[in-house]
Each structure stands twice: as C-alpha cells, then as structure tokens.
Design a binder for this molecule. Structure first.
Ligand SMILES: Nc1ncnc2c1ncn2[C@@H]1O[C@H](COP(=O)(O)OP(=O)(O)O)[C@@H](O)[C@H]1O
Ligand SMILES: [Mg+2]
Length: 228
C-alpha cells in the first residue's frame, strides 16, 4: 500500500490582487515524499517563491488544494496555519533573517518560539541543533561576528531545531561561495536521515544537480517535474 505523500498539491494557484492582477502561479500539481530533496528552478518571476510560500502556509492560495501530511490545509484559520507551520515546517532564506546583536543560541531558540517547551528544553534543543550544523564552538557568539557561511548555518539550525517534516529554503546558498554552499548541501542531505523533506529554490546548477528531483517553473506554471 502506498503511503500518503508529505506534500500533495493539486492545481494550486495564486493570483495577487491589484489594478492589474498578477497570476503568479497556476495549476501547480506536485507530490513530495518524506525525506525527498527537491530543487525548484526557473527564471526570475516564474513563481518559485510564491510556490514556496504556499507550501509553507505563509500565503493563502487562490485556487486548488494543498494537503500536508495528509491534512487538508484549505480553509484553515490563520491561527491553525500558524500552529501547523510551527510544528511541521522550517524555513531558510537567502538573507538569513537573523538578529545580529544576539547569539547563535538565542537565534536558534527562536525556531521554537511558538512551541510549548520549557526554557531549559528550548536551550537544550537549540544547542543540539547548533552542534548538528557544526557550530558547537560558536554557540554563545553574536551573529554579527560570524562569517556568511556560519550565519547561514545558524539560520539552518533555527529552521531544523523543531525537527520539521518539511524544510523550505529560498536561495539558501545565494550569498555563499562554493565551499560553503557544499557545506549547506551536506547538512541538508543529513536531514534525509530524519525523513525531513526539503524544497530548495535555487539558481545554482550545483545545488539543483545535488537534489533527488527538479521542478522547473516557467511563467507561473510547472513545466516539468511536478507529479512523480
Ligand atoms: N506580493 C506580491 N504582490 C504582487 N505581485 C507579486 C507578489 N509576489 C510576487 N508577485 C509577482 O508574482 C510573480 C512571481 O513572483 P515570484 O514567485 O517571486 O517569482 P520568483 O521567485 O520565481 O522570482 C512575479 O510576476 C511577481 O512580480
Ligand atoms: Mg524568488
């Protein structure tokens, strides 16, 4: 018997309202299994970030349906979406979105902000995540003092500290050199062992080649690679 895919999107669409409405994504049908590593590629403006934000429940869809872990997300309240997001999804962005004057540890703990763990447990898990990304000797260091590669590893620690089922990354290596990009990919690869699926938006052929699968977007449509 086939198991339920982690991500099941059917004819998903997003139109941004405005004087001239923009149909950023349409008819996106795709499935992703637990632990799969999927690259999303396509020219600028093709809908990559829109798709990622829909999968991350950061944006409301305008059409179609999206099941996450077998759960239909259509019609959920903002609060229910936020709780689903906090429990099952981690995000990594190109610009890291970290608090510079705060330590690696404090930034990583933010990934558990909406979970009901006691302070001590949050700290323990954050330390564990920082060790997992190889920053055990930077735990108390302010993010301002870290290199670009180290900052991205803090951002990854923050994204994985809650042990998400789905990790979403928008150009996670966009600001990194090749050596640091490869280090990030190695970290992502290790997440497969935890059955964490990963969707990685990237311009970098090195990153895309490294993934199990590639979904190509063009003009807001999936050109190839959607359903398996
Ligand atoms: N918040 C928004 N409001 C209006 N239009 C948007 C918004 N976000 C994205 N778009 C438009 O949707 C299309 C797809 O954007 P995006 O998903 O960011 O593409 P990509 O990430 O592939 O560069 C573009 O035409 C973009 O201008
Ligand atoms: Mg984008």
């Amino acid at each position: 018997m086939a198991s339920t895919p982690l991500v099941e999107a059917t004819d998903l669409g997003k139109t941004f309202a405005g004087p001239v409405p923009v149909e950023a994504l349409r008819d996106a049908t795709l499935t992703i299994e637990g632990g799969e590593q999927v690259a999303i590629v396509g020219p600028s403006g093709s809908g990559k970030s829109t798709l990622l934000n829909l999968l991350g429940l950061l944006t409301d869809s305008s059409a179609g349906s999206y099941r996450l872990d077998g759960l239909d997300t259509t019609g959920l309240s903002e609060r229910q979406r936020a709780s689903l997001r906090a429990e099952r999804i981690g995000f990594v962005f190109q610009e890291f979105h970290l608090m510079g004057p705060r330590s690696s540890l404090e930034n990583t703990e933010l990934g558990l902000l909406y979970r009901r763990f006691p302070k001590r447990e949050r700290r323990r898990r954050a330390e564990e995540a920082l060790v997992a990304v190889g920053l055990e000797d930077r735990i108390g260091t302010k993010v301002d003092r870290l290199s670009g590669g180290e900052r991205q590893r803090v951002a990854i620690a923050r994204a994985i500290v809650g042990k998400p089922r789905l990790l979403l990354a928008d150009e996670p290596t966009g600001n990194l050199d090749e050596a640091n990009s490869m280090a990030v990919l190695d970290l992502f690869a290790a997440l497969r062992e935890e059955n964490t699926a990963q969707v990685i938006v990237t311009h970098d052929p090195l990153v895309a080649d490294h993934c199990d699968r590639r979904i190509t977007l063009r003009y807001g449509r999936i050109e190839s690679g959607g359903p398996r």
